[in-house]
Design a protein around this ligand. Structure first.
Ligand code: SF4
Length: 248
């Protein structure tokens, strides 16, 4: 099952569960004679009605975004805030219903990317930060690039070589982070106005949700050798994301 179907399936599970609780709470609320229980059930039902409407809105706007690659400004804002709010519930539901969580994480990144691309964001190249995971470096390489990516000798054994060529071509900031703490430190140091992040589904989705207010385009890495070792990235996709922000 592709990630779009898994994502819609999880949203439908949430809708069904919400609808069930809503009907149950309304039924108890209207059949109960004790006022306190009645009021509590009706408040409870209102909360689940809100969740039901929100999830339905997410489904409708997501479908529209996938089909047209475009949303109005207000629709983009509604989708962004509602999906950010309900994202933990989506992951929890995926876990309970045994849907691959990485597909939901990837959809979160894809929706974020599509929403970013509906905006006309153009920044100076010095305000762009490319954030790479440490696992993109060849695991046998002896040169330490986490402090300074320029320590790479461009031997061509990993994609850092090609990424350095992009860095020189566009004159942009490129850094390598071993984890969230170092990534946050780089962001504090460089103070970018936009980020292009390369990572796996989990790190991209958590990084994007951490960076509230800062536009982040996520580029999923390839893992031909399994997770976290000698990973690769599509240089074309990376360059496309760079060009989107700096407009070249
Ligand atoms: S391209 Fe750079 S980082 Fe990759 S193995 Fe060669 S020297 Fe090391």
């Amino acid at each position: 099952m592709n990630e779009e179907k898994s994502y819609i399936k999880v949203l439908l599970y949430i809708m069904l569960a919400t609808l069930f609780i809503l009907i149950l709470s309304l039924w108890i609320g209207f059949s109960e004679n004790i006022t306190l229980v009645k009021i509590s059930m009706l408040i409870f039902g209102s909360i689940f009605l809100f969740i039901l409407i929100s999830v339905l809105t997410i489904i409708i706007l997501s479908k529209k975004l996938f089909q047209n690659n475009n949303l109005s400004n207000i629709q983009a804002k509604i989708l962004y805030y509602s999906i950010s709010f309900f994202y933990p519930l989506l992951i929890f539901t995926a876990k309970v219903t045994k849907v691959d969580k990485n597909k939901i994480r990837l959809m979160y990144t894809n929706i974020n990317n599509l929403l970013i691309k509906t905006k006309n964001i153009k920044i100076k190249k010095e305000n762009l930060l490319i954030l790479l995971p440490h696992c993109i470096q060849n695991s046998k390489c002896q040169f330490k690039i986490t402090n300074d990516i320029n320590n790479c000798r461009k031997c061509g054994k990993c994609d850092v070589d090609e990424i350095l060529r992009l860095k020189e071509k566009y004159d942009i900031n490129v850094v390598v982070a071993t984890g969230g703490t170092l990534a946050r430190k780089w962001i504090m140091d460089v103070k970018p106005k936009a980020i292009v992040a390369v990572a796996c589904e989990r790190d991209l989705s958590s990084g994007i949700s951490d960076m509230k207010g800062l536009p982040v385009l996520g580029v999923l890495n390839d893992r031909p050798n399994g997770p976290c070792i000698d990973t690769r990235v599509s240089i074309d996709k990376l360059e496309e994301a760079i060009k989107f922000f700096i407009g070249e």
